[in-house]
Design a protein. Structure first.
Length: 169
């Protein structure tokens, strides 16, 4: 279990590191959305670190854990509840990230219509989302989905709303 938690932490940390370049972007929308995602990742990472430390403390003194099972159960439940709440922030951060994809200078009939990415980049992003989440992502977010899956579905749905790529006429 500890190994799985440590691998999970490393994965979260790695995912967060992929945002570093974007967090330093001169483009405010890009840096804000990257920072929002990074903050969620950081909070999840720290919550997981806290859980690992708690489990380690428990295993180092099992007698104490046995005599305080109620406290142990409460702390474990609090950590799990915090983790769920943190993951629920992820779709909101993805929604913010969609704003960074829109070219806010291109309007038609008073409405935004163009993305800031090319047709090729748009196709690559759609393919990457499908590769990661499967074809069911095209259905959009569904009740009961894990927040990460819902986030991917939300982004996929956004990308398929008829936006024009930056290199289209």
């Amino acid at each position: 279990m500890m190994k799985d938690l440590l691998v999970y932490s490393a994965g979260i940390k790695q995912a967060n590191s992929l945002l570093d370049t974007h967090r330093r972007s001169q483009d405010t929308l890009i840096s804000q959305s990257a920072n929002a995602l990074s903050n969620v990742y950081s909070e999840i990472y720290e919550n997981n670190r806290s859980l690992v430390a708690f489990i380690e403390e428990t295993l180092n003194d099992p007698g104490k854990a046995n005599s305080q099972q109620g406290t142990w159960s409460r702390k474990l439940s609090e950590n799990a509840a915090t983790n769920e709440e943190l993951w629920r922030k992820f779709p909101l951060s993805i929604a913010l990230a969609t704003h960074a994809l829109v070219d806010n200078k291109s309007t038609m009939n008073g409405k935004l219509y163009r993305l800031r990415i090319t047709k090729s980049e748009l196709e690559q992003l759609r393919k990457k989302l499908t590769d990661i989440f499967g074809n069911q992502i095209a259905q959009g977010p569904n009740a009961g989905q894990f927040p990460l899956e819902a986030s991917g579905a939300l982004l996929y749905l956004f990308l398929n709303k008829g936006w024009k790529p930056s290199d289209s006429k």
